[in-house]
Design a protein around this ligand. Structure first.
Ligand code: ADP
Ligand code: MG
Length: 425
């Protein structure tokens, strides 16, 4: 018994410490797609995790070694995708080949089994809100295939071995998923509270300024209106409507900013996303053409999303305007469908402007963060809030001097399939 407990704890400790290590460098967040560089780093760290597991086998029988190397492979493939899973598997295969013995081929086949099954069910796992159920399903399928293989080729294995090894695997696999789910939850709470803190500061300032500025503005507006209608001065008569228009515009800007502070419940409706994108592109195209930027959208097909149309439009306009302003000479902004799952659709808004450094990327959306002489630094902050309020997500990817891609994820209406049939798509 002790011979089994000890390596089991060592293996779990290894898997846990590597998971913590990953989370320290790249806080785990659901729905955020890591960059290519981060995926490679995820693959390498989990590969090392698997190698350390191989150094502490739970059982060594003849030339076969049983350890928990498959746990990092499965976890990283399920949570991060095919690339890190492939890197981790490659580490394991090379190490197993270096170890040699009669059963090298079986070790390699079992590695492919762990990778293949995780890859097959990755989409299903990613989508499932109750991860436990899909994890249980995956582990059962994996265990059955595993037993089938080793039972056929390694006849010397005893029933005791099966019990010890598979209970270790299941304990490690599920504790790892438990740990990751906890970490994700903690990260989200942390991000949320930091965000709300910043919002509160900006909100209080905006509310105070708005209050102070609005009252004298109302008086000025009334005076201009009065003078404009009673004066015999032709110039004042001619210009007073323009003055009033400008005052109204200023008032609208203040109202918009205040809308960020006020708890405003979005009016969620079932809307065809294609129409919103087409509208937004026609609204922003004139501003684009002034700056020699072409704004285009692909035919994304009909997808019914559950959103507040006005707020989504406002957010998209802010994103596209930033893209246009990031292009110095000529360029283009392109909107297209990036990814679709059972619950969400992700739209990419890509520009070939000046891009951002990693440091700049981190600051985007913070109150008053701007790099423009006449910028307010509130556009993205408002946009983040609008999108979050309707259950969406916004993610920025950028390469300096190459361009920026904004990934906007929106909840699909649950009845979308039915409606798509109704509209004949
Ligand atoms: P503002 O547009 O008033 O500066 P925003 O909150 O809209 O405020 O944007 C904040 C900053 O983020 C911008 O000043 C700019 O530096 C950066 N930014 C936003 N979108 C892009 C983009 N597509 N490309 C490059 N930089 C961007
Ligand atoms: Mg802006």
């Amino acid at each position: 018994m002790q011979a089994f407990i000890e390596p089991l704890f060592v293996n779990i400790a290894i898997v846990f410490s590597f998971t913590h290590l990953l989370n320290m460098f790249f806080p785990l967040h659901p729905g955020v797609i890591p960059s290519l560089k981060n995926k490679v780093i995820f693959g390498i760290i989990s590969g090392f995790g698997a190698l350390v597991c191989m150094m502490f086998p739970i059982e060594t029988l003849k030339d076969s070694f049983f350890d928990l190397r498959n746990v990092p492979i499965m976890i990283v493939t399920l949570y991060v995708g095919w690339l890190p899973g492939a890197i981790c598997s490659l580490f394991v295969i090379l190490a197993r080949m270096a170890m040699g013995g009669d059963f090298v081929w079986l070790g390699i086949v079992l590695t492919f089994l762990a990778y293949g099954i995780s890859l097959t069910y990755q989409g299903f796992f990613d989508e499932d809100k109750r991860r436990w159920i899909s994890a249980l399903y995956i582990s059962v399928v994996y265990t059955l295939f595993y037993i089938l293989l080793i039972h056929t080729y390694l006849e010397f294995l005893t029933l005791d071995f099966y019990l010890v090894y598979f209970s270790s695997f299941l304990i490690a696999f599920f504790s790892c998923i438990f740990l990751i789910e906890r970490l994700v939850k903690i990260n989200m709470q942390l991000k949320e509270s930091v965000y709300l803190d910043k919002l509160a500061v900006a909100g209080q300032m905006a509310a105070a300024i708005a209050h102070e500025v609005r009252n004298p503005m109302t008086t000025i507006r009334g005076m201009i209106q009065f003078l404009g209608s009673t004066t015999i001065d032709e110039k004042l008569k001619e210009h007073s409507p323009l003055l009033i228009e400008e005052l109204d515009r200023t008032n609208k800007i203040i109202t918009d900013y205040l809308s960020m502070v006020k708890p405003d419940v979005p009016k969620l409706e079932r809307i065809n996303l294609k129409n919103v994108l087409t509208d937004v592109v026609s609204l922003t195209a004139p501003y684009g053409s002034i700056h020699n930027v072409e704004v285009t959208v692909c035919d994304i097909g009909s997808h019914i999303v559950n959103i507040d149309e006005q707020k989504l439009k406002q957010g998209l306009i802010n994103i596209i305007k930033n893209g246009i302003e990031a292009i110095d000479n000529t360029g283009s902004i392109h909107l297209y469908k990036y990814k679709i799952t059972k619950r969400n659709i992700t739209i990419a808004i890509e520009d070939n402007g000046k891009g951002m450094t990693e440091k700049e990327l981190e600051q985007i959306g913070l109150p008053f963060y701007t790099t423009k002489a006449k910028g307010t630094g509130l556009g993205m902050m408002v946009t983040y809030k609008l999108i979050r309020d309707m259950g969406g997500k916004l993610h920025y990817e950028s390469e300096l001097n190459e361009g920026t891609r904004v990934l906007l994820t929106l909840p699909l209406s649950t009845k979308s399939n039915q409606l798509q049939e109704e509209v004949g798509v």
